[in-house]
Design a protein around this ligand. Structure first.
Ligand code: PMP
Length: 525
């Protein structure tokens, strides 16, 4: 059958075609994709893109396939909004058991379901903002109550007027009588109301990625994806990952104080209260799309301390790093960092379902949020069943999947570091953790080959390289989202020694071609 015109992503399809990457795959199993050759025979390709990290158990895991078949055969309900979904709670229960193991003595987390990773981020942002506004409202209620108590006490002579101006901003005077005291209270209320009208502060890390929906894109650092849509959202504050001093400085600069009055020992005092200006801090323990950067341990512990001091909830986005990929269920557990919000997606759907989860500490959770956020497809019968089966598979055999992620990851990293040692001029660094590995290529802007030089200058050398690895070595890789010099290696835990050797041979061959500066093999393959 002739190929139909591209109605979907035709521009992208043309780009992929120019690198020979527009392959129509017909079947997928574990780490292998198959396409058909001219005679209709299946040709295998080693897939190291791993669904951008959604395939920790590989393509079509047999246990998940069996569960899918069973659900269809038994006509299990899928769309059952506004009814009881016990499986959704069982997933929550199992997730909490796992979290308790990785972070002993942590309180329970509530779970809000979404359909994609970016949606989990949107849910976290929405909840964090609702929580912030409710904290503001609780603070204002307390301030109103304190003001009315102080006024009553001044009017009937039980308390003297405030005489310490140290908490007062410029322009607000101390009162000389009860009438003036009422005027002062009005000025304090106006000061506090002005704080509430200010934009909230959401922090994220430079190099971080959290999705491409209207809210989540505001906290995704890459200007290429964010800036065109900046006018649609709030402005996040980006912090360099290695600069806790900058974070502390920003927190001090943006901190806001509300004004309150207290009555103690028959005396009214004007005092300051922290105003909830900080909505949240979003981060990935290993930055994935930003080029596979493992955050330093001291950064996370330092960041936690600063955020706690500022009353700023920490949102850890484990959409790419979670579900065992780094050798533990959560990458944050390597850092002993139980967050306020925890986001899961990708592999939670076992490679077949679209499901994400926003986990929120119980003590933070605002029950009214249940009535303020929903989606037709979220928390559906199918995806919650598949998420439960997936979690059980991860937990089976005392965490065999996590051990495999560590062991297989180390083996791949060692193999690639061996190549990098032989080609230090071509490969800058092999980095990552578990099965989240980045291979950074040095740009070749001065290559004697025009093709290599131009592709490198245009930021497309990685696509040229990926096309070559696919055609010449049957190895499928793609660069990370915002650092195109980095090829990501994100296979399932089932990757074999033979497949690792296939990757190693391909990368070695590619390095030789790039070093020689002769593009012919890249184009002719
Ligand atoms: N957060 C992180 C850390 C991610 O890696 C991604 C996707 N690469 C997302 C959020 C967005 O997930 P999705 O593509 O499912 O919307």
């Amino acid at each position: 059958m002739p190929q139909a015109a591209h109605y979907a992503e035709s521009h992208l399809m043309d780009l992929l075609a120019s690198f020979g990457m527009d392959v129509p795959y017909v079947r997928a199993e574990r780490n292998t994709l198959f396409y058909r050759d001219g005679d209709g025979a299946e040709v295998p390709v080693l897939d190291l893109v791993g669904g951008f990290g959604s395939l920790i158990l590989g393509h079509n895991p047999p246990e998940i396939r069996a569960r899918v078949q069973e659900l269809l055969d038994t006509q299990a309900p899928v769309h059952i909004q506004l009814s009881r979904n016990d499986t959704a709670d069982q997933v929550g229960q199992l997730l909490n058991k796992i979290i308790q193991r990785e972070f002993p003595d942590t309180e329970d987390y509530r779970i809000v379901y979404g359909n994609s990773g970016a949606e989990a981020v949107e849910i976290a942002l929405k909840h964090a903002e609702l929580d912030r506004l409710m904290r503001v409202s609780e603070l204002f209620q307390a301030l109103d109550w304190n003001a009315s108590q102080a006024l009553a006490a001044v009017k009937d002579g039980r308390a003297t007027l405030p005489d310490d101006p140290s908490a007062l901003p410029d322009g607000i005077q101390l009162p000389t009588d009860a009438v003036e005291f009422e005027r002062l209270l009005g000025e304090l209320t106006a000061h506090n109301a002005a704080l509430a009208a200010q934009s909230p502060v959401y922090f994220a890390l430079e190099g971080g990625f959290h999705g491409k929906l209207v809210g989540s894109v505001q906290v995704s650092h890459s200007p290429a994806v964010r800036v065109p849509f900046a006018a649609l959202g709030f402005e996040a504050v980006f912090v360099p990952p290695n600069r806790l001093d900058v974070l502390q400085h920003l927190v001090d600069e943006k901190r806001a104080t509300a004004l309150d009055v207290t009555v103690t020992d028959g005396r009214v005092r004007v005092v300051t209260r922290d105003f909830p200006v900080f909505g949240g801090f979003l981060l990935e323990p290993v930055q994935g799309e930003g080029g596979i950067h493992v955050l330093p341990e001291d950064l996370l512990s330092g960041l936690k301390l600063i955020c706690e001091g500022a009353g700023c909830p920490v949102v850890v986005d484990e959409i790419q790093t979670g579900m065992g990929r780094t050798g533990a269920f959560l990458a944050a557990s390597h850092h002993g960092f139980p967050p306020d919000y925890l986001l899961l997606g990708k592999s939670l759907g076992g490679g077949v379902a679209k499901v994400s989860a926003t986990l929120i500490r119980s003590s933070r959770y605002r029950p009214v949020f249940d009535l303020m956020h929903s989606s037709t497809f979220a928390k559906d019968g199918f995806s919650t069943e598949i998420a439960l089966s997936t979690l059980r598979l991860l937990e089976a055999d005392d965490g065999r999947v996590y051990r495999l992620a560590r062991e297989r990851g180390a083996r791949i990293t060692d193999a690639l570091r061996g190549v990098a040692a032989d080609f230090p001029d071509v490969l800058r660094e092999i980095r990552g953790t578990g099965l989240l590995i980045g291979v950074e290529f040095a740009p070749r802007n001065d290559s004697p080959s025009t093709t290599i030089r131009e592709k490198s200058r245009g930021g497309l050398l990685s696509f040229l390289s990926a096309g070559y690895l696919l055609r010449a070595h049957g190895v499928r890789v793609v660069p990370t989202g915002s650092d195109l010099n980095v090829l990501r290696i994100e296979p399932s835990v089932h990757i074999s020694d033979q497949e690792i050797a296939q990757l190693e041979a391909g990368v070695r061959d590619l390095c030789l071609i790039l070093r020689n500066g002769d593009a012919r093999p890249l184009i002719e393959a």
